[in-house]
Ligand binder design. Structure first.
Ligand SMILES: Nc1ncnc2c1ncn2[C@@H]1O[C@H](COP(=O)(O)OP(=O)(O)OP(=O)(O)O)[C@@H](O)[C@H]1O
Ligand SMILES: [Mg+2]
Length: 371
């Protein structure tokens, strides 16, 4: 799939912007603080309705404005879809072919994106919540029901936490209500665990070989971790272990007034030759590991949803040495739309520049560069 048009109104430092993109490689070049990342971010928001920058939701609309919007035309095999995200101070509305889509979860399955950016290292170095957010976003784009299960799980979790707090204060003491919530929670958890397992099984089966080709003889593995001692992720196993944990841990949960076990506490870790990368690896190794993770994901997208996602590469070339830069390019699929930002065309191979559409970004305006 590819985005053929992008239109912004009052988004970050763009008052008004209209662009026609190439279905191949697009390069946005400009000095610092001119609006390169903002363009990539707008495409990310158009796809997923969320900012790619952590905690940045409130700054998407241009300062001094009450509303902003991002719209685009997505070409997906023979289909053409018009997507739009309208942002206002207190709400967000999404449209598909001019029709309002009331549930965001029904919207985000249309446009697939994978972002390679400066914050990628958070996937290894950040906190578990960063990783869970990342994993949820990625899996939501792959398996349509996933996000619904996560939303339902989170609602039940919220009720359960409120009830645990009441039990903690001794205000109610009907344990049957907790049991009903537990059952509902476990039903959704089974699904969430199984989708996560599917996702990590695919990544694990491919990432080692890819990393070895790119980085020599090191063995990279990625492991999904849960706090229920689940090993095989069969439905029966998940149900048994989750309910046992809830029974055994009931007193502790009431004492702390919060739910301590389940997929909302999952994490995943990268290991290089069996050592946890977060502690042992160099920054360059960590970056390559996340890049390999995302390259593996491109294959997973292709096999699962039968399309290549749109790749957003935010200034990552400048940080890689020439050898790794070329390796990365070699492993990108050929028939994929890529949107790259850079401060200097010198960071990009000549043969790539020659086949790319180039845009010059300057203080919230963009001009197509014609030779
Ligand atoms: N809501 C907003 N309203 C107006 N301007 C904004 C808003 N949010 C961010 N900006 C401005 O957008 C400018 C460009 O940001 P952006 O991150 O896209 O730059 P960049 O070209 O990627 O720079 P770099 O090369 O340093 O990464 C910043 O100077 C910032 O002040
Ligand atoms: Mg930037």
């Amino acid at each position: 799939m590819y985005l053929s048009r992008l239109e912004l109104k009052n988004f970050r430092n763009y008052k008004k912007l209209k662009l026609k993109l190439s279905s191949g490689i697009n390069i946005f070049i400009g000095d610092n603080a001119q609006g390169k990342t903002n363009v990539l971010e707008s495409i990310y928001v158009l796809a997923l309705t969320k900012s790619s920058r952590f905690g940045a939701e409130n700054n998407l609309i241009q300062q001094g404005c009450d509303e902003g919007s991002i719209s685009g035309v997505l070409c997906d095999s023979s289909k053409r879809k018009e997507l739009k995200v309208c942002l206002s101070k207190n709400s967000k509305k999404v449209f598909l072919n001019d029709k309002n889509v009331s549930r965001i979860s029904d919207y985000i399955f249309h446009m697939k994106v994978i972002l390679f950016g400066p914050d990628d290292l958070d996937v290894i170095k950040g906190n578990p919540q960063n990783r869970r957010d990342f994993m949820n976003i990625q899996i939501s784009q792959l398996y349509e029901p996933y996000v619904h299960y996560v939303n339902e799980y989170n609602k039940i979790l919220k009720n359960r936490n409120e009830y645990l707090k009441l039990l903690n204060l001794n205000q109610y003491s009907d344990p049957r209500y907790l049991e009903i919530l537990d059952e509902k929670l476990i039903d959704r958890a089974v699904k969430i665990y199984q989708y996560r397992k599917m996702y990590f099984d695919f990544i694990s089966s491919k990432i080692g070989d890819l990393f070895e080709k790119i980085s020599g003889n090191h063995r990279l593995t990625v492991q999904l971790e849960n706090n229920l001692d689940i090993v095989e992720y069969r439905e029966e196993e998940i149900r048994d272990k989750f309910s046992k944990k809830l029974k055994d841990g009931r007193k502790k949960e009431i004492l702390q007034g919060t739910s301590l076990y389940g997929p909302h506490r999952d994490d995943f870790r990268f290991f290089l030759d069996d050592d946890p990368m977060k502690i042992f690896s160099s920054q360059g190794q960590q970056r390559m590991a996340v890049i390999c993770f995302k390259l593996t994901e491109i294959q997973l997208f292709y096999e699962t949803v039968h399309t290549n996602p749109i790749l957003l590469l935010d200034d990552i070339f400048s940080e890689l040495d020439v050898k790794r830069r070329n390796q990365l390019i070699r492993y990108l699929p050929k028939d994929v739309q890529i949107i790259i930002t850079t401060t200097d065309l010198k960071n990009i191979k000549k043969s790539i520049i020659e086949k790319s559409k180039i845009f010059v970004v300057e203080n919230g305006t963009i001009e197509e560069k014609v030779e």
